[in-house]
Design a protein around this ligand. Structure first.
Ligand code: PEP
Ligand code: MG
Length: 631
């Protein structure tokens, strides 16, 4: 599923408006493969399909970071901290530029020759350059924050370049723009702010960006945006999950996109095939309109399943629940006919803010969600910070969170046990809402050893005692405390962890990532990310059997659960509860209603005998096609 491109002259870097060739001259529009005055040529780029559906709209690019961060003064005591922030931003920017350089290898030779010197110039500016030295100095002499120092220094340098006596005005402009471009990249890394311009996106536009963080995705309004396409990102990263949840057709990991796309260009995006077609021909547009109509017909057909039960042909009931990342999805969950929320990711409460939500704020949010679910069960997962889910308000207080490899650091329950006051507030809020609205379960993320569950349970019971002393009436017994099985360590120790837990939720997204050593959000290695790898499936099987032996509830809540082709395998392994993005529920229900449990068990045994991922893929596809033939 490696992203590639069949266009010419495109590059994967967030390049500045003026490009230069190896001779140092600015490229013409024609040489760079951009549109000239004549009718634009259709260009099709390939990326990773992450959220199905077709979108037709005009490009709205947000690759330009906010031009300026507000000016900010600092106290003398903050100088060292600001210098450290600058050093961190320089390091992050150098890494990004180095990565862009490795990625231009996929482009035609001519484009590589043009871009390599530009990226080298960027790398030099991020070394011991006048820009960096000047910014460092300004922090101390002008007593300003790092972003203000960078912007001031960049403008001084750009003004000096533009004032130089030289006939090559285009060359001077180009050099000034290069300095400003690096300053913008540094500012973006320093402020780590989501693209605030989302609210200005014209209705029906296709959003194009170099990268979208989960926090950015949380700001998108699915009613206004027709589609999303980005250079970076992988199939099961949190950004992809959010886009699927919002039902926005999306293609991530699309190399060459930010260079080839221009604001206002007409575009067809196919989130099922993973293609972005710029300046589509009349034939492409007609095909896209037909696909849109077919998609709408299919949705209407699936909507009829809403009230039908998820029962196999031999009468086995399967629980189909929804995952929820942001409250905006609640109406979609109701439409999908979910039997409750199987995974409420609470990270959204902590995103896009500088402070932490207190107990009352959390109570209000959980109460709103439980009320909307009208008595259906809700499994609330306590905060899972880490990896791509960057939360500024927390990074400050826990330096280790910003360590070299957050995915292997203080993620999930590890961080909560280090900062128990966070867990206490969250437990208290959930317990208060459970008392009033009922039917709640609590889930711990990133557990690897039974001791973590024990420790978390001690805190849970302590919080409950405190609330009871305060006169709160809590459910008796307390809501079940379950564990995410999402690392190979947890899966293989599932029998021991099961003794401490009340239920398991198998998180196949992280389980695949940690088992295969493949970052789930990384476009470069997306082709290696495979939840059907036998190693992942054996871990799912081991954990499921450990739970079933103890008659303990077990569900799958990773993205795997929402793939109708994988439903037979999961049922065959003994799973009877699946939680997925709401829009996937109708198709999963359609699959369940066509299955026979004995067939699924036989099929799962065949799959589990295999050790070749390609053969497993073949078997899964073959079984799914058999089902389609029957339907
Ligand atoms: C998982 O890892 O499979 C999971 C469901 O959790 P998240 O995607 O939020 O990390
Ligand atoms: Mg996870």
């Amino acid at each position: 599923m490696k992203a590639d491109s069949d266009t010419t002259g495109a590059d994967p870097a967030a390049v500045p408006p003026v490009l230069r060739g190896p001779d140092g001259r600015a490229r013409t529009a024609a040489a760079s493969g951009r549109r000239g005055g004549a009718a634009a040529r259709e260009t099709r780029l390939k990326g990773i399909p992450v959220s199905p559906g077709v979108a037709i709209g005009a490009i709205f690019d947000t690759t330009e970071p906010p031009a300026e961060a507000p000016r900010r003064g600092i106290a003398a005591a903050e100088v060292e901290a600001e210098r450290q922030r600058l050093a961190d931003a320089v390091a992050a920017s150098r890494k990004q530029v180095a990565k862009l350089k490795t990625r231009i290898g996929v482009l035609p030779e001519e484009a590589q020759e043009e871009l390599a010197p530009l990226l080298d110039a960027y790398a030099m500016m991020l070394g011991n350059s006048r820009l960096i030295r000047g910014a460092r100095k300004r922090i101390e002499t002008d007593l300003v924050a790092a972003e203000t120092a960078v912007q001031d220094e960049a403008e001084t340098i750009a003004a000096a370049i533009l004032a130089a006596r030289d006939d090559d005005k285009a060359g001077l402009l180009r050099r000034a723009q290069e300095v400003r471009e690096i300053a913008r990249r540094l500012t973006r890394n320093l402020t780590a702010s989501p693209f605030r311009s989302f609210k200005d996106i014209p209705e029906g536009a296709i959003l194009v960006a170099e990268e979208l963080t989960p926090a950015d995705a949380a700001l998108l309004n699915p009613a206004r945006i027709a589609g999303v396409a980005t250079e970076e990102g992988g199939a099961d990263g949190h950004t992809a999950i959010m886009l699927r949840a919002l039902g926005i057709p999306s293609v991530l990991g699309c190399h060459g996109l930010t260079e080839a796309a221009r604001r206002g260009d007409p575009c067809v995006l196919d989130g099922t095939a993973g293609t972005v077609t710029l300046n589509p021909s009349a034939a492409t547009l007609t095909a896209a309109r037909n696909a849109l109509a077919a998609f709408a017909r299919e949705r209407a057909k699936l909507a009829k399943l809403r009230r039908l039960p998820a029962v196999t042909t031999d009468g086995e009931e399967v629980e189909l629940q929804a995952n929820l990342e942001i409250p905006a999805e609640l109406p979609l969950i109701a439409q999908a006919g979910a039997q409750g929320i199987g995974l409420l990711r609470t990270e959204f409460l902590f995103m896009n803010r500088e402070d932490l939500p207190d107990e009352e704020a959390q109570v209000a949010t959980y109460a709103e969600i439980l009320e909307a679910m009208d008595g259906e069960p809700v499994t609330i997962r306590v905060l899972d910070w880490g990896g791509e889910k960057d939360i500024e308000a927390l990074a400050e207080g826990v330096p280790a969170l910003t360590g070299p490899n957050p995915a292997l650091g203080l993620r999930g329950v590890r961080m909560l046990l280090k900062r128990p006051e966070l867990l206490e507030v969250q437990f208290a809020a959930i317990l208060r809402v459970a008392a009033a609205k009922g039917c709640v379960r609590i889930l711990l993320p990133m557990v690897t050893v039974p001791a973590e569950v024990k420790q978390a349970r001690e805190i849970y019971e302590r919080v409950a005692r405190r609330l009871r002393r305060r006169g709160e009436k809590l459910p008796d017994p307390l809501p079940p405390l379950g564990v995410m099985i999402e690392t190979p360590g947890a899966a293989l120790a599932a029998d021991a962890i099961a003794l401490e837990a009340d239920f398991f939720a198998i998180g196949t997204n992280d389980l695949a990532m940690y088992t295969l050593a493949v970052d789930r959000a990384e476009a470069e290695v997306a082709h290696l990310y495979d939840p059907l790898h036998p190693a992942v499936l054996r871990l799912v099987q081991f954990a499921t059997e450990a739970a079933l032996r103890l008659r303990m509830p077990v569900s799958v809540c990773g993205e795997m659960a929402g793939n109708p082709r994988l439903v037979p395998l999961l049922l065959g392994l003994g799973i009877r509860s699946l939680s997925m993005n709401a829009s996937a529920i109708p198709r999963a229900k359609q699959a369940v209603r066509a299955l026979d449990i004995a067939d699924c068990a036989r099929f799962a045994r065949r799959v589990m005998e295999q050790s070749d991922p390609a053969r497993i893929q073949e078997l899964v596809m073959g079984f799914a096609e058999g089902l389609t033939d029957k339907a």
